[in-house]
Write a protein that binds this ligand. Structure first.
Ligand code: ADP
Ligand code: MG
Length: 607
């Protein structure tokens, strides 16, 4: 039998290898931009024609190459960035595989002009399908210009495979934006078919974000504090910006994660951010974020993906934790109470919700444990006093009720003289509270929902849960489907305080209910919870416990239309401010809005 194995001819092998690195015009743009950055450029211009299909040109003012280097750069595995295995283990440049130029040249016509500081005159190299056609001398400033023409001219199948100009342009735009965000200190320009798409001066990251994404993002940005010592101390730090919850978008496209300034895709770390926003966002809404992870290069392997989009961490859990807690911290340190602003005096119908940046009561990040203590024994603890000390400045001194009244209202805590102001209930729906800055309006149902929701989550993780025994146990019959859900949820319902005994087919006996259930609701509440649970499951695909907590909170909370007395209102406010996220209900809607005195004054035409 004849042998079957051949060695592929060089030009075929190189085209196959190129396919891994260069899939579309945007891949060329990425590789060339990265080369310019590795070359220390401070100014980079990208010019494309026909969405990169005709021309991709990049001009930089980086270190340039000598004539010898310029020729050798097009060979596969030619790189100036690493030499030894040790180098490979601690990469600090964007490139290192020595494949990009070779791959690009294998599938296009390339002209490169380059000049170093020392050289008098520039070198021009023309390459076509790995063959060096010409090396000449020309004049050029220090730096490099690479023009890539007619991409995939010699691989028609690949050329066919390219998408419409709109699609290919969008890919290029995304690549450019990622690099522009990661290197905001660089001057970067992007020109497409003769039109300037972006013209960015060297700037701070927040300025660059606004230049790229628009002014309306400015107010929504919150800084994730850089902790440079974190890097010194543990070889790991996180910094960047996240958006306030009400700025969230319907798509995930504005989420940027950088690892040592390299754009990466990592679902688990994205989840770390998303999880920190839990229950602050409406379903299918995603926050804007841009986060830079700085990590000792020895702790990651960037060499697992040809274009290095995916990386492997040696300790992903630690990074997950750091990101999650940094985002949580920023969210809890910023005042997320939306404030009502009357647009202008003439335009008196329109009001605009706007969030304010301002330090608020700082809720520490590991609140779960604290909530646990507060809710379980219901007594005053140091933590509770501490918390209230922090919310006190929100409330105004004036209009406060006296100590006496406070005692009557039963919420003064031992050894602590916090006296909340008199509250007003509006149409049995909203609570109006005077505060230092003006007034606060609270949605009574949403507020109670938030409280019960967090309580429910806590109760799932503790052992001894309280329940109020019913004098007369109720026998309740369910449909077969609902009964199945009751059986699945039985343990968690118990933790919430429902004492349930299964009693034959489709029937349960209810012997106790959670303390928060309003008397008279015992008979119907379980059915209501199950109904909402089903709806949530169908529509939102919620995780069972979160779903149960939400359904329970919604159905057990005081309703629009329920009358509340002073004590009830104050206790509601107090408990609300002990929750982790007082400003947003579990559905992501605002719980509190505030109107400042200035706003009111403006409204009344006062100077
Ligand atoms: P890698 O970036 O992985 O080293 P490339 O094929 O992208 O491989 O580039 C090969 C070499 O060519 C680089 O190591 C670098 O020395 C040189 N080079 C490429 N682009 C530039 C540039 N814009 N300015 C200066 N040198 C460059
Ligand atoms: Mg490179």
């Amino acid at each position: 039998m004849r042998n079957k194995i051949n060695i592929l001819p060089e030009n075929l092998a190189s085209k196959i290898a190129a396919g891994e690195v260069i899939q579309r015009p945007a891949s060329v743009v990425k590789e060339l931009l990265e080369n310019s950055i590795d070359a220390g450029a401070t100014k980079i211009t990208l010019i494309i024609k026909d969405a990169g299909k005709k021309l991709i040109q990049i001009v930089d003012n980086g270190c340039g190459m000598s004539e010898d280097d310029a020729v050798i750069a097009f060979q596969r595995h030619s790189t100036s960035k690493i030499q030894t295995l040790e180098d490979l283990e601690q990469i600090t440049t964007l490139g290192f595989r020595g494949e990009a130029l070779a791959s690009i040249a294998a599938v296009s016509q390339v002209d490169m002009i380059t000049k170093t500081e020392e050289d008098e005159i520039a070198t021009k190299v023309s390459v076509e399908g790995i063959v060096i056609k010409e090396v000449t001398k020309t004049s050029f400033e220090k730096g490099t210009s690479i023009s890539v023409k007619n991409l995939f001219f010699n691989t028609p199948a690949r050329r066919e495979f390219l998408k419409s100009n709109n699609v290919e342009f969008k890919h290029i735009f995304d690549v450019f934006v990622r690099i522009a965000l990661s290197y905001s200190e660089l001057e970067m320009k992007f020109i497409s078919d003769g039109e300037t798409v972006l013209d960015l001066r060297p700037q701070q990251l927040d300025e660059r974000i606004v230049d790229i994404f628009g002014k309306n993002l400015q107010e929504a940005l919150m800084l994730i504090e850089n902790d440079p010592e974190g890097y010194e101390r543990i070889g790991l730090s996180v910094s960047g910006y996240i958006s306030k919850p009400d700025f969230s978008k319907k798509s995930r496209s504005e989420q940027f994660l950088f690892l040592n300034r390299r754009y990466i895709i990592n679902r688990s770390l994205n989840h770390a951010v998303f999880q920190a926003y839990e229950n602050m966002l409406e379903k299918n809404n995603y926050p804007f974020f841009i986060l830079f992870i700085k990590i000792d290069p020895r702790r990651v392997d960037v060499n697992v993906h040809p274009s290095k989009l995916e990386v492997k961490f040696k300790d992903e859990r630690n990074i997950y934790h750091l990101i999650n807690s940094s985002v949580r911290k920023t969210l809890s340190e910023n005042n997320l109470i939306p404030s009502v602003k009357f647009e202008s005096l003439n335009d008196n119908i329109k009001i605009k919700f706007q969030q304010i940046f301002k330090k608020v009561p700082e809720f520490s990040s590991n609140k779960n444990v604290e909530l646990d203590k507060i809710f379980v024994d219901g007594k005053s603890t140091d933590i509770q006093v501490d918390l209230i000390e922090k919310i006190k400045p929100i409330f105004s001194e004036e209009g406060n009720i006296t100590e006496d009244e406070a005692d009557k209202s039963n919420i003064s805590l031992s050894g602590f003289s916090f006296t909340p102001p008199v509250c007003y209930q509006l149409h049995n729906q909203f609570i109006i509270v005077p505060i230092e800055e003006g007034m606060m309006i609270i949605d009574q149902h949403a507020a109670h929902e938030r409280i019960l929701f967090e309580k429910a989550l806590v109760s799932f993780s503790i052992k001894n849960n309280v329940s109020q025994q019913l004098l007369f146990p109720h026998t309740i019959e369910f449909s077969a489907g609902d009964f199945a859900i009751i059986q699945i949820l039985q343990d968690d319902l118990k933790k919430l305080g429902f004492e349930i005994k299964i009693f034959g087919r489709n029937t349960v006996v209810l012997e106790g209910v959670p303390v928060d259930i309003k008397p008279g609701n015992e008979l119907t509440i379980l059915q209501e919870i199950v109904d909402l649970y089903k709806e949530n499951e169908y529509e939102q695909k919620l995780e069972p416990r979160e779903n149960l907590a939400k359904s329970f909170a919604c159905k057990s909370a005081i309703k629009f239309g329920d009358t509340l007395n002073q004590t009830e209102m104050r206790s509601l406010i107090e408990q609300l401010f002990m929750t982790r996220v007082p400003y947003v209900c579990p559905h992501g809607r605002p719980v509190i809005i505030k109107i400042s005195l200035e706003e009111l004054a403006r409204r009344f035409g006062r100077p």
